[in-house]
Design a binder for this molecule. Sequence first.
Ligand code: ATP
Length: 703
Amino acid sequence: FDPQDYVSELRSYWASEGGNAFYSLLTRCFILINSTQSRIKIVDTLVNCLRTIIEGDPDSLLPAVWLATNSISPSYISLELGLGGSAISKALKKVCGLDSGGLKTLYDKYGDAGDVAFEAKKKQSFTLRKPKPLTIKGVYQSLVKIANSKGNGSVENKQRIVERLVQDARGAEESRYIVRTLVQHLRIGAVKTTMLIALARAFLLSKPAGAEFEILQRSELAKLKKDELAAIWSKAEETVKACFARRPNYNDIVPGLLEVGVCEELLLRCGLALHIPLRPMLGSITRDLGEMLTKLQGRDFGCEFKYDGQRAQVHCDDKGKVSIFSRHLEVMTDKYPDLVKLVPEIRGDGVSSFILEGEVVAVDRETGDLRTFQTLTNRARKDVDIGSIKVDVCLFAFDLMYLNGEELLNRPFRERRGLLRSMFIEKEHHFTWVRSIDASPAESETVLEFFKSATDFKCEGIMVKVLDNLPNPDLQTEVQDDAQLNTPTPVTPSKPKKGNRVKVAKEEEKEKGTRRKALLATYEPDKRLDSWLKVKKDYNTAADTIDLIPVAGWHGQGRKAKWWSPILLACRNPVTGSLEVVTKCISGFTDKFYQANKEKYSEDGDNVIARPSYVEYGGHPDVWFEPQEVWEMAFADITLSPTYTAAIGLVSDERGLSLRFPRFLKVREDKSIEEASTSDFLAGLYRKQEARAQANGETGHAK
Ligand code: ATP
């Protein structure tokens, strides 16, 4: 890592005029990131871009972070650009002097609006007026203006702003990224997943004028051994991630960093706050009860029914105001007015404010019988009128993170659960606790019985949670995966380069291996730890499942002639942003499903697109789908494939991975395409499968 390298290069891209950093600085950073597959180089580039801004124009840092992560506000604040594709097309026609035919030819050829803008700008032979260089702050403010533009004349107003941005973009590359920003498809997903790491490192290395905190000097850096440097990075990254997990909003964390740098005080400033959702703790997958007991390393645990509904984080302040958030931090308060109304009834004496978590499940109000997840999805998403609710729900509470102004995250699970059960009041078939038992590793029969009763009760399986912390935390040694690396990234397509990928994967593996975390009974926001395990009934019967994105189809044969069959499915490569094709599927679909699928992706509808540049596949489907949904797929096993490109380079440099006997299970209504399985995940399943085969004395799959 040579911090000086890119800094001097990037500095030449930034402005002195008025002291505001030019947007060309960000464009240059995006180009550099796009030109590499290496996560390490991506982080370095981003770090140096952020450093340049922190030291040169700190006021532009927050806008730069929003622009680089391709958003303008956190998911729990509804601030949408709301631009249709036609606004971009109109602007390109006007600014670049193209007619409809010329524009269509470019769209047909390139598929991506940014690439179209790139080509159109190259061809532009005149300018409407002298362009005014775009600044980072200016671009961000324009986006906020677009989002806030409401009511009469807003369409024209938005159009004017879009045209000005396209007009002022200097050169073809800047146009590409401005347009990708406007269509909210920046296609550099790696930036989103590495932003927190990059911020932590950038602030260790630089400070804005006037700030008092300490930074690492270049001379100090040179003296450090590799593992010493890694330890410093890791501590700083953990701090920044912990802050963001509690307050997932750059508007909170960036000003904090500018003021105090990366330190304990930052954590105090970014504590839990009512009506701001924290990122939820996640459960690790275990194949069966045997593996579960091994993972728990002899610790006592609580087993809970794993209900099949929607996770809900309920906030209530001392004035009785209630907010409800989803697993992905979206506001659901308007979706569940019945739960809002319930809050005063379940709040026991002595409870003034709280944040609790539970699963909302559709129920039969009379009998309390659980209804399916599908039933719950029939409920409207927004502005539900309490008088016309047709799907009744019950909230099964499982955790308490905040009570009467105090954070409970550092309390052990047994204590949080005790408070939840003693301070709140059950209301039959409306609000209750998840059904649970406590057990020790010696009681495997009891756990098996409980697991059976959960599945008999129409639950998905069980959740298993460590109850207490060990008296001596030094005894706790467990390697954990990093929730941040599993965090959804947007589908950000770009052409991936083959070849060097095994090396890149090894680099990343090495990076991950340095992150260790103890088996704790505390609530760890945004972490997928072995102190929370999920054991699902599917795991015992079928093999693993994978969540893929349908991307294309062929005209069916015979009976299926009127539908799309087979359908082509892809996983995500979060580093390159491309979608890597895994398999074709013809199995598991009902005729009704085929029919609905054909209607959704009808040839003359909006959901069918030109061949996209971001899908990696050499074949020629009859139709390409706009990626927009996630399907859970079962399969017999994973094979190396010369045809499919998924995970190419991760286990073999020449071959990708594919599925044998793929079978459609269900649409994951609760997952967006940014949460589809990654190529890394697929490679992990393949390695596990090979290890199992070897342990069983089999030869493994043909290479
Ligand atoms: P994840 O949420 O872990 O990323 P996922 O979306 O695939 O993965 P699942 O694998 O089904 O979800 O499991 C986790 C989810 O189970 C939780 O997010 C929560 O909504 C639900 N759940 C149901 N019962 C419980 C419980 N007792 N404790 C914790 N979570 C529960």
